[in-house]
Design a protein around this ligand. Structure first.
Ligand code: ADP
Ligand code: MG
Ligand code: MG
Length: 208
């Protein structure tokens, strides 16, 4: 059982903004190893803008909220991650038109729609050393535990962290890191690390 309200979703995103800010250097360092060193800065800037937009807005439905979140990320994050995370939140919302709260099953299908949005926009899939290597196992774990929303969120977060760590031995096939070919092996993907932080924020806000 359990449901998340719009206020719960706002709390999740606000906590995500805090965590991304706390981890800005770590995310930049991961991106310095296999990219251009800006992933932390990109995420911090994007979620600070989200946080600001949420503070000044009123949202009657999940779709309205996520439209604001997604469009803010698309417009305010310079890097590849902006349109990808932006698409995730836009699709999450449009898949649940009119909803004012989500139970574990509707949250699962909403996040599933979001992940499919990342795959379409990024022309990418699991195993290519991207954020999808955290998202996909997280959603699988969430689905298996969906009888309880808090337990599902906790299971998802555990799998996201494992998926992040499991990107290290992979060779990047998408994004900037793919330019390095085999030299991308041995490093954790920064986008998988930021996805794990989004899940950690979920545990702290809707996972209890
Ligand atoms: P940029 O590479 O433009 O500087 P960021 O550093 O903010 O953008 O984001 C890089 C992250 O975006 C990568 O670590 C990876 O997780 C993710 N990413 C890049 N391209 C793709 C893609 N095609 N599909 C899914 N994720 C991707
Ligand atoms: Mg980068
Ligand atoms: Mg960049």
């Amino acid at each position: 059982g359990g449901t998340v309200s719009i206020a719960d979703l706002v709390a999740w995103l606000e906590r995500a903004s805090e965590l991304l800010t706390e981890h800005v250097t770590e995310l930049n360092d991961l991106d310095s190893a296999i990219g251009d060193g800006d992933h932390g800065t990109n995420m911090k800037r994007g979620f600070a803008a989200v946080s600001e937009a949420l503070g000044s807005g009123e949202f009657g439905t999940v779709d309205e909220l996520m439209k604001k979140v997604g469009s803010t990320l698309v417009s305010r994050v310079g890097g590849a991650s902006g349109p990808l995370y932006g698409t995730f939140f836009l699709r999450l919302g449009t898949s649940q038109k009119g909803a004012t709260e989500l139970d574990a099953y509707s949250l699962q299908s909403a996040m599933q729609a979001g992940v499919e949005g990342i795959e379409q926009r990024g022309k990418s899939m699991i195993g290519q050393k991207t954020m999808l290597d955290a998202w996909v196992p997280a959603l699988d774990a969430f689905q298996r535990a969906a009888d309880s929303l808090p337990l599902a969120v906790q299971a998802g977060a555990g799998a996201a962290a494992q998926g992040r760590d499991d990107t290290a031995p992979l060779e990047a096939k998408k994004g900037r890191a793919s330019y390095l070919g085999e030299r991308s092996i041995g490093h954790i993907d920064p986008g998988a690390a930021s996805t794990a932080l989004l899940w950690q924020a979920a545990v702290e806000t809707i996972g209890t």
